[in-house]
Design a protein around this ligand. Structure first.
Ligand code: TXA
Ligand code: MG
Length: 350
C-alpha cells in the first residue's frame, strides 16, 4: 500500500519529511518532488534498497541512477576525485537542475551505477527534496518516478498512476517547476560532454567552463542503431504515447495546413494535436492540447510531459505535433519530443 502525504500547502513539513526519511533509512521507496521532475528515491548506498527502484519502475538494470545530495560536502564520500570543472559547475549551478558524472568511490554500489565506474550526482534545489535527503542522512538514488518508458512525472498524480501499490510513499509537493529532467554533463574526461540536454543549456555551461561537447547521439535526428549514447538511459524508447506520433517542422502556418490535411486523411481514427496558444484554434482534430506560447520555452517545457500523458488518457490513435525553436532550452524540449515521436519527423519546406 502506497502512503500519500500532501505537503503542498504545509508551512511545517518536518513531520512528513521525518516519516519519509524513516522509510528511506529502512530501505524503502519514497517518491518526492524536485524542481525538474518527481524522483523515486531509495538509499543509494544500500545494495538491497536500490534493486527495489528497478523493480517498481520496470527499469533495465544496466541503466544507472543519479545520486542526490543536499550539501556539497556529501559529494566527497561518493566520488574518487573532484575535477576543477566540477567545482566551478557546482558553484555556479548547484543547487539546481544539473547532474554531473564523476568517478565513483568504493562505497557506491554497482547496483546504483549499473555496473559503471562512474556515478551521476545532483544537488536539487526543491525544498522538500533537500530536506528529505538531509533527514535521511544518505545520498538518495532517484530516477524519474514513472514506469520505465512513460513520460517523466511532473505532478504527484502522474506518479500515483504509474506506481501506486509498488512503492511505500508519495510526497505531493504540487506541480514541478521546470518539467524536463536535469542536464547531465560528464566531467570525467578532458572536455566536458553533455549527455542529456536540459534547463541548463550548452551556452550556460560554456560561459562557466569554456568548451563543452554534446554527445553525438544527442545531436542526431535519426540515431544510428550502432551508435551508443553515453548515458545508457538515452538509448531506451522513452516518453512515447500509445498513438502514432509525428512531428511537423516548418513555418507555423504551413504546419497547421499540413496537419489539417493529415487529420482529414485519418477519418475514423481518434486524432490529437500538440499545439501552441498561437495555433490551437485552427486545428480540426478530436483533441487539441496547447503547451503554451511558441515564444515561451519555459511554458512548453513545463507542460510537455503532462500533454504527452493526456494523449493516452483520451485514447489518441494518431498524434500530430508542432516543432519548436531548437535553440537553448528548445534543444532539450526537442530532444524529448523527438524521442516521443520515435524520430518520425517531417520537414515542411518553403
Ligand atoms: O532531473 C533529473 O535528473 C531527475 C530527478 C529525479 O533528479 N532524475 C532523472 O533520473 O531523470 P533518470 O534515472 O530518469 O535519468 C538518469 C539518466 C539516465 O539516462 C542514465 O542512463 C543517466 O542519467 N546516468 C546515470 N548515471 C550515469 C553515469 N554514471 N554515466 C552516464 N549516464 C548516467
Ligand atoms: Mg527517467
Amino acid at each position: 500500500k502506497t502512503e500519500y502525504v500532501d505537503l503542498r500547502d504545509e508551512y511545517d513539513i518536518k513531520e512528513g519529511i521525518k516519516k519519509a526519511a524513516g522509510i528511506i533509512k529502512k530501505g524503502g521507496l519514497v517518491a518526492f518532488p524536485t524542481e525538474t521532475v518527481y524522483g523515486l528515491g531509495a538509499n543509494g548506498l544500500d545494495e538491497n534498497a536500490v534493486p527495489k527502484i528497478y523493480e517498481a519502475k520496470g527499469r533495465p538494470s544496466d541503466n544507472p541512477l543519479i545520486l542526490h545530495i543536499s550539501e556539497f560536502d556529501e559529494i566527497k564520500s561518493i566520488v574518487k576525485e573532484i575535477p576543477k570543472t566540477a567545482l566551478i559547475l557546482a558553484e555556479e549551478f548547484w543547487p539546481g537542475p544539473l547532474t554531473m558524472v564523476l568517478k565513483k568511490s568504493d562505497i557506491v554500489p554497482y547496483r546504483t551505477t549499473g555496473g559503471l565506474e562512474s556515478v551521476a550526482v545532483r544537488m536539487p534545489s526543491n525544498k522538500i527534496a533537500r530536506e528529505l535527503i538531509n533527514a535521511s542522512g544518505v545520498p538518495i538514488a532517484a530516477p524519474s518516478a514513472n514506469s520505465s518508458g512513460r513520460p517523466s512525472p511532473t505532478k504527484a498524480s502522474h506518479v500515483i498512476l504509474d506506481l501506486d501499490g509498488k512503492i511505500d510513499m508519495v510526497i505531493d509537493g504540487g506541480a514541478v517547476d521546470i518539467g524536463l529532467e536535469s542536464t547531465i554533463v560528464d566531467v570525467t574526461g578532458d572536455v566536458p560532454v553533455i549527455l542529456r540536454p536540459g534547463f541548463i543549456t550548452e551556452e550556460m555551461l560554456s560561459e562557466a567552463i569554456g568548451r563543452v561537447e554534446i554527445d553525438e547521439v544527442v545531436k542526431s535526428l535519426s540515431p544510428d542503431k550502432d551508435l551508443k549514447p553515453k548515458a545508457p538511459g538515452m538509448k531506451y524508447r522513452h516518453y512515447a504515447p500509445k498513438g502514432k506520433m509525428t512531428i511537423y517542422k516548418g513555418k507555423p502556418e504551413r504546419v497547421v495546413e499540413r496537419i489539417n490535411e493529415e487529420i482529414a486523411k485519418s477519418a475514423g481514427k481518434k486524432t490529437a494535436v500538440l499545439a501552441t496558444d498561437e495555433t490551437k484554434m485552427y486545428y480540426k482534430a478530436d483533441v487539441v492540447i496547447s503547451v503554451g506560447s511558441r515564444e515561451d520555452g519555459e511554458s512548453i517545457a513545463h507542460n510537455l510531459f503532462d500533454a504527452l500523458r493526456r494523449f493516452d488518457d483520451v485514447g489518441a490513435e494518431v498524434i500530430f505535433s508542432e516543432g519548436f525553436d531548437e535553440n537553448r532550452l528548445g534543444f532539450a524540449i526537442m530532444n524529448r519530443l523527438h524521442k516521443s515521436a520515435g524520430y518520425n519527423i517531417i520537414m515542411i519546406k518553403e
